[in-house]
Design a protein around this ligand. Sequence first.
Ligand code: GDP
Ligand code: ZN
Length: 311
Amino acid sequence: MTKKGIVIKSTGSWFLVKTSENEYFECKIKGKFRIKGIRSTNPVAVGDQVEFTVVEQQIGLIHHIEERKNYVIRKATNLSKASHIIAANVDQAFLIISLTNPKTSRGFIDRFLVVSEAYHIPIGLIFNKIDLYDDDLWETHHHLTELYTKIGYTCVSVSAISGENIDKLKKQLEHKTTLFSGHSGVGKSALINALHPESQRKVGNISGIHLKGKHTTTYAEMIEMPFDSQIIDTPGIKEFGLYDFEKNEIAERFPEMRALMLDCKFNNCTHIHEPGCAIKQAVEEHKIDDIRYKNYLNMYNGEEFDIINYE
Ligand code: GDP
Ligand code: ZN
């Protein structure tokens, strides 16, 4: 018997697939199959729509993957040419940010945004832990949300603990599949629990023997919300910022630079040292944020990001 479903969890060799009748099957991949044009370490990812043959009770063999609307990918390692597909068929990507305890760096935020621009999906920033803000943090928060909203990114500010604005966040997530990213400690689990208290337990319980207790920390997992929304939780995103595009493609992934770069005197302008550069001029005139520009230079020079420069 053949069935269709969506991959909601993976260990790399086993996949938890949910059918439209809300049945769950633990599946393996039938033989080996490759997807044209992608050299990836995992052929099937969370979010994939698949077709499988039922081989035993609740066990299946995946033999077909539907064409993906999109997929979020990262290089397997910095040196490797192979890639790891984080998730497929994603409607939007949100980064969870904490301004305190721990601090998400501006460099990390900008790197996330630049990498996410490639997917051509809406991108949002969730500022969590607003219950911990003092006056200085509110000022920082105001500055950042104004800056990023103006560039075109959705900003939502919440507290997973007090519950403030969780309803606003729900509205942003309704009827969509959203990728959640964020450094460990920013409150990703707390937020998912605040959005739907039973969510995680449910996913854990329906896993059968093959997926239960397995180390799935390097794989994403789809969590179903009761308000017609799927959240794809992506653990271990340290490498999320590894990108695979050319230096000269970085500036166009800064929307506020993209809007101005046609005005540069040279059409191969790197926006670093050239005369007549519209970007440098905009930075001098404070029309482009100087930290965004510094982060551009850091990315251009291939530097690591751990500058927490919003103090
Ligand atoms: P994760 O690693 O991103 O999943 O982070 P957790 O959800 O485990 O949260 C890390 C710590 O931050 C825990 O001690 C949480 O209780 C705390 N935390 C999460 N969200 C909030 C929040 O909105 N306000 C406060 N004060 N603490 C929070
Ligand atoms: Zn320029």
